[in-house]
Write a protein that binds this ligand. Structure first.
Ligand SMILES: CC(C)(COP(=O)(O)OP(=O)(O)OC[C@H]1O[C@@H](n2cnc3c(N)ncnc32)[C@H](O)[C@@H]1OP(=O)(O)O)[C@@H](O)C(=O)NCCC(=O)NCCS
Length: 171
């Protein structure tokens, strides 16, 4: 990790890692699909540990799941201090990539050949995450903000901000 990748705090910028992860996801998906692919979505990316300038970052990726036109690539990022050999696990995330044909339409991808228990685990976990994402999307759409000022105040109780009257009571 070179100095120009650092943020104001001197640690490696999260965007640099995301960009590397996206490129790796693309390579894995495109190689599997034998086609151009796009990133459809990225599961939550938690930055578990900061990465320092000078550390060596490695990204380990695998095709975990294949749908009809989509591919889920799991990526684990580790960072190594080359002087001390201390290795940190800094991120894990899952990228859903979609293969595209020459008309920019989603294109069918080859099914995954699942060869061992580890790959079975990854495939099944990907199915569960897909279901969780669908129910999260559904639940998120149901979020409604009430008009009743009493209910609003109840919902906002304990939150660390100051509400002006006009923000709560409709004029
Ligand atoms: C993602 C995209 C291909 C979906 O296209 P679409 O016409 O809606 O296609 P479909 O609804 O048929 O979905 C195609 C596949 O993508 C999956 N998909 C679509 N949106 C998704 C999302 N938000 N998360 C996960 N999977 C998604 C579908 O489940 C489907 O998978 P399957 O064929 O394996 O069942 C399209 O919206 C797109 O091109 N987005 C822009 C991508 C992009 O520019 N990325 C950043 C730069 S690379």
């Amino acid at each position: 990790m070179i100095p120009s990748y650092a943020n104001f705090g001197g640690k490696i910028h999260g965007g640099i890692l995301l960009s590397l992860m996206d490129k790796v996801a693309y390579v894995c998906a495109a190689k599997h699909a034998g086609n151009y692919c796009v990133t459809a979505s990225i599961d939550a990316v938690d930055f578990l540990e900061p990465i320092e300038v000078g550390e060596m970052v490695s990204l380990m990726a695998s095709v975990n799941y294949t749908g009809n036109t989509s591919i889920v690539v799991g990526i684990k990022v580790i960072s190594e201090n080359v002087k001390t050999n201390i290795v940190k696990h800094t991120n894990t995330s899952y990228f859903t990539m979609v293969a595209k044909d020459e008309h920019n339409r989603p294109a069918k991808v080859p099914g995954l050949i699942v060869e061992n228990r580890e790959q079975v685990r990854r495939f099944i976990e990907a199915i569960h995450r897909k279901q969780l994402k669908q129910s999260y999307k559904h639940e998120a759409k149901q979020i409604k903000v009430p008009n009743d000022p009493e209910k609003l105040l109840e919902l906002l109780k304990g939150e660390r901000c100051v509400f002006e009257r006009k923000a709560i009571v409709k004029q």
